[in-house]
Design a protein around this ligand. Structure first.
Ligand code: NAD
Ligand code: UFG
Length: 334
C-alpha cells in the first residue's frame, strides 16, 4: 500500500514525504518539476535512508497518472501539486485555473477508476476571503479575492460535491503560513526569483542575497502596526498530513481542517526573532501596504486537535532557527 504525493518535491511536499517515510509509509511522488528540483529527492533519501519512487509527470496528464495507479497499490493521495503565487495568478488567471483545477479533476477521475477513495488536499486560509473576525473557524463563510484563492475555494467546493456521492474520504487541509525547514538543514523553501513571502525574504537578506526587507505597512490596527499572521513550522504541518491520511483511511465524507497554531506574530516580531536566531541584523524600511493584505489572520486550531489528534509543537524561535540552518547551509538554495 502506497501514498501518492503529488507535488512531492515542492516545499511542503518534500517535508511531508520525510514524515510519511519516518512513520513507515511507502510513497510514490509525481511532480512536473515546474517549481522544484530532483536534488530534493537525494536530500529526502539522505534524511530518511529510504528509497523513493519518483515520476516526472504532470498531474493533468491522465495517461501518466493511470500508468502510476496501474503500477502501484495506491490507497491514499496527498495532493500538493499546484501553482501558488497570488500576484502571478492575477496576471495569468487561466494558467492557475487550468493547472490547479484540471489537475485535481483528473486526479479524482483516475482515483475513482482505481477504487482509491482517500484524498488529502492542500487548501489554504485564503479560502476565508476577507473575513473580519478572528480567529478563523472551519465553518465560517468562504470566499476569495484573487484567482489563486479562487482555485482553492472552487476545488474545495468540487471535492465537497464529489464526496456527497458517498464514495470518498476527503480531508481539506487549510494551511496558515508555513515557514521553517527540516532541522537537518538539508531541505527547505527555495523560491524562484525574488521571494513574495516574508520568511524567505528575511532569510535571503540575512544570507546577503537581498539588501533589505520592505515592511508592507505599519499602520494596520495590530500590536505594532505591521501585519499579523499565524506562522506554522513546516514539519508540524507535515505531521498533520500523516495524521490526515490516517484519518481518511478510517472515515468517509469530507472535512475541512485548519492547520495553524492559533497564535499571531507581526512582521516586526518575526524579523526580531530571526535576528536572534541567526545573529544577523536584518536591515528594513517601512513602505506602503501591499494590495489585498488583511491586517490579521490566525486560526482556531481546535478541530485539528479533536479530529486528527494533532497540534503544532514548534514556536516562532524554532521556525527561525531551522530556516536559518537551511538558508545558511544552502545560500543559493538547492
Ligand atoms: P511548491 O511550489 O514548493 O510545491 C508545489 C509542487 O507542485 C512543485 O514542486 C511543482 O513543481 C508541482 N506542480 C505544480 N503543478 C503541477 C502539475 N500540474 N503536475 C505536477 N506537479 C505540479 O509549493 P508549496 O509551498 O509546497 O505548496 C504546496 C501546496 O500547498 C500548493 O497546492 C499550495 O497552493 C498549497 N499552499 C501553500 C501555502 C504556502 O504558503 N506555501 C499556503 C497554503 C496552501
Ligand atoms: N510582508 C512584508 N514584506 C514582504 C513580504 C510580506 O511586510 O516582503 C508582510 C505581508 O504584508 C504580511 C506578512 O508579511 O503582513 C506575511 O506575508 P506573506 O506574503 O508571507 O504571507 P501572506 O499571509 O500574505 O500569504 C500567505 C500565502 C498565500 C495564502 C495566504 C493565506 O503566501 O498563498 O497566506 O493563507 F493565500
Amino acid at each position: 500500500m502506497s501514498v501518492l504525493v503529488t507535488g512531492g518535491t515542492g516545499y511542503i511536499g518534500s517535508h511531508t514525504c520525510v514524515e510519511l517515510l519516518n512513520s513507515g509509509e511507502d510513497i510514490v511522488i509525481i511532480d512536473n518539476l515546474y517549481n522544484s528540483k530532483t536534488e530534493v529527492l537525494e536530500r529526502i533519501k539522505k534524511i530518511t535512508g529510504k528509497d523513493i519512487t519518483f515520476y516526472n509527470a504532470d498531474v493533468r496528464d491522465k495517461a501518466a497518472l493511470t500508468e502510476i495507479f496501474n503500477k502501484h497499490n495506491i490507497d491514499s493521495v496527498i495532493h500538493f501539486a499546484g501553482l501558488k503565487a497570488v500576484g502571478e495568478s492575477v496576471e495569468k488567471p487561466m494558467l492557475y485555473y487550468d493547472n490547479n483545477l484540471i489537475s485535481t479533476i483528473n486526479l479524482c477521475e483516475v482515483m475513482k477508476e482505481h477504487g482509491c477513495k482517500n484524498l488529502v488536499f492542500s487548501s489554504s486560509a485564503t479560502v476565508y476571503g476577507n473575513a473580519e473576525k478572528m480567529p478563523l473557524y472551519e465553518d465560517m463563510p468562504l470566499g476569495a479575492i484573487n484567482p489563486y484563492g479562487k482555485t482553492k475555494w472552487f476545488i474545495e467546493e468540487i471535492l465537497r460535491d464529489e464526496a456527497k456521492t458517498g464514495n470518498w474520504s476527503v480531508v481539506l487541509l487549510r494551511y496558515f503560513n508555513p515557514i521553517g525547514a527540516h532541522e537537518s538543514g538539508l531541505i527547505g523553501e527555495d523560491p524562484n526569483g525574488i521571494p513574495n513571502n516574508l520568511m524567505p525574504y528575511i532569510s535571503q537578506v540575512a544570507v546577503g542575497r537581498l539588501k533589505e526587507l520592505s515592511v508592507f505597512g505599519n499602520d494596520y490596527p495590530t500590536k505594532d502596526g505591521t501585519g499579523v499572521r499565524d506562522y506554522i513550522h513546516v514539519v508540524d504541518l507535515s505531521k498533520g498530513h500523516v495524521k490526515a491520511v490516517e484519518y481518511a483511511r478510517e472515515h468517509t465524507g469530507c472535512e475541512a481542517i485548519n492547520l495553524g497554531t492559533g497564535t499571531g506574530t507581526s512582521v516586526l516580531e518575526l524579523k526580531d526573532a530571526f535576528e536572534k536566531a541567526s545573529g544577523k541584523k536584518i536591515p528594513f524600511k517601512i513602505v506602503g501596504r501591499r494590495a489585498g493584505d488583511p491586517p490579521t489572520v490566525y486560526a482556531n486550531a481546535d478541530k485539528a486537535k479533536k479530529l486528527l489528534n494533532w497540534q503544532a509543537e514548534y514556536d516562532i524561535n524554532k521556525m527561525c532557527e531551522d530556516t536559518w540552518r537551511w538558508q545558511s547551509k544552502n545560500p543559493k538554495g538547492y
